[in-house]
Write a protein of this length. Structure first.
Lengths: 376, 376
């Protein structure tokens, strides 16, 4: 057990009752793993949009300041009410990552992983070390780097979860917004491989090209003057009645439901002022636009809208189905589920105002990777 | 078969491609019933909000004109697009009604109903006569008048459907908006009888009194300055996580979801920026405000919103469960499901501009009944 360090650095985010966000690197004790626990030296952990919410909260990044390794920013007063659940708690951050198992408890499952590279999900990954249960990791193939395995869970399982949700809820094709994202590209690759029609909605010709370059058949630009007729045509061609929306705010969600209803109504049938009886569903899974969602409700009565979250989906399908999805991620790690990173940064760099502003920009196709060993 | 009239008057609504709503009384041929059909002389049929949509469409009632028994009004140009499915079709109106069976086909079920008073659902009830299948009517108790039985289906089954949906989807208490309506009063009576907590939301002290007079425990006025804290308190007390909303437009739907999340979050538990994992649901079943629904999405990821329609619910639960609900309506026709009418009007009066404006006002507690025999 001599290779167990006494402590390691861990990134912490606190929103204080005074209205200040504080980011620090804490030095936390490392305990020897017990039972089926393993101790992993974290080698890579991505900055996903889902991490940024916890890391930065609703802080105003124009007020970012760094001083003696502590970064602060002001949280606008009217947004503090929504932070009640986390006020004055020092919270570790980082949903997923990959690293090498450097010590293990006496359990057989744990011992079998010693020296192996594993992918992990479970928070607190922006750290040098992470103790987890052996059952909660995926052993990576021998040829996989830490960067290859760092984003095994959130984006791949979310993309697979969208296709599975489509099947579970009786739809046969999909719509996706902000579709040129890392996640969106994965979803398009899955759909091409599985023969599922996907209507991609993006906001610029450059984003459209990212998707057509990987073989996307339906790519619509919501800034086009012909967007609505193009949308109805694509929804008619694909019969898509389920959408996943990363944007949330504005009118796009309502436009998609309107387009679905127009496509269904165009099939004919008796008039009903309640619209077509085909259920049209849109799930909001992100919040790129945190403003209000505006619904025009011109789509009869057979429609639904709601939040969608990977963890909720995982609980719904149960551990066995979840394991099948995870195995597929491992099998297609370097193809369907390959991630590309804009930059690899150290824990210290992750707490630099200019770097924070860069990774928070959420530019389509850009993605940052924290490499805790960097600079050490 | 000498009591079969050769023809009868039937109210028709047409929206012409020229942008004009036209209401007329057509004289339609009456055929002898065959098989299990029965011929009913319609004695009473209510003007429900759900009828007004088909009857008047989105016509501008300030432009109503009557001339030689034909009533017309202008449909604003920008609303004609949504009318595509019904343009230039002469449509009969009236979802439900009650009357006496004056002739029947040779089938046993039909013959058994001759001379009986029945309640019917199925459209085209604003007429002197209606031919329906014997299986689609409910025989009324001997002491029930046509007015007692005229509103047997839409409001009673909608109110019962709300409580059944609550049970089916795992909720234990309800929220209802525009709650002092005829339907809302029925829902409150059902909830009192069945021991279900109901949070009623109304828009004036007079409406609140209608509900407290029948024993409502939770009645909130959304125009109160303390509405949000009062809402959260009621949602905490009842643990209601399902709402039925008759209004649709504006911010109330979002406020209710926000209140539900605040009530769930107040229970404690670990902080998650995705909010409580208890699913919060709101169904829009009406459109008293046809403007856009504005969602602030300050309720995490475990929420849903959607359309809800009695016919969709009836199909979902199947004929056996549906029959149980219908039997309950008959059993409690003069108590829980009693309807009160503001005025009884003839078919001719229903096509008078001032009467049309009166019944379209949808004033809480007011309800009109068409009595086709009136004036004849």
């Amino acid at each position: 057990m001599s290779n167990i360090p006494s402590s390691g650095r861990q990134l912490r985010s606190t929103i204080k009752s005074s209205g200040e966000l504080e980011l620090t690197l804490a030095d936390v004790a490392v305990a020897a793993p017990s039972g089926d626990e393993i101790l992993v030296q974290v080698e890579a952990s991505p900055l996903n949009p889902s991490d940024l919410g916890l890391l930065l909260g609703p802080a105003d990044l124009s007020t970012l300041k760094a001083s003696n390794g502590v970064v602060t920013a002001k949280v606008p007063d009217h947004l503090m009410r929504m932070m009640a659940g986390r006020v004055d708690q020092s919270m570790p951050v980082g949903n997923e990552g990959a690293g090498t198992v450097i010590a293990a408890g006496p359990g057989a499952a744990a011992q079998a992983l010693v020296g192996k590279r594993v992918a992990m999900l479970g928070g607190a990954m922006y750290a040098q070390y992470r103790t987890v249960n052996a059952a909660d990791v995926l052993a990576l193939p021998a040829d996989a780097s830490a960067a290859d395995g760092a984003s095994c869970f959130v984006n791949p399982l979310t993309a697979l979860g969208m296709v599975e949700t489509m099947k579970l809820e009786g739809h046969t094709a999909l719509v996706h917004t902000a579709a040129a994202s890392n996640l969106g590209q994965m979803l398009q690759k899955i759909c091409l491989k599985d023969g599922v029609d996907l209507v991609n909605i993006v906001r610029s010709p450059a984003q459209a090209k990212i998707l057509t370059d990987i073989g996307a058949k339906y790519v619509l630009d919501s800034s086009s003057a012909n967007f609505m007729p193009e949308l109805v045509a694509a929804l008619s061609a694909t019969n898509a009645t389920l959408a996943f929306d990363a944007i949330g705010g504005g009118k796009l969600a309502s436009q998609i439901l309107t387009g679905m209803e127009a496509a269904q109504a165009a099939k004919g049938g008796a008039y009903s002022r309640y619209g077509s009886t085909t259920h049209k569903q849109l799930y909001i899974y992100g919040g790129l636009d945190t403003g209000p969602t505006e619904l025009q409700r011109a789509y009869g009565m057979f429609w639904g809208l709601g939040g969608w979250l990977l963890t909720g989906f995982t609980i719904k399908i149960g551990p066995e189905a979840g394991q099948k999805l995870r195995q597929r991620v491992i099998d297609e790690l370097k193809t369907t589920f390959a991630s590309h990173y804009t930059a690899q940064i150290s824990l210290e760099e992750a707490l630099t105002p200019e770097v924070i502003r860069a990774y928070n920009r959420k530019t389509t196709g850009e993605k940052y990777l924290i490499v805790p060993s960097k600079g050490h």
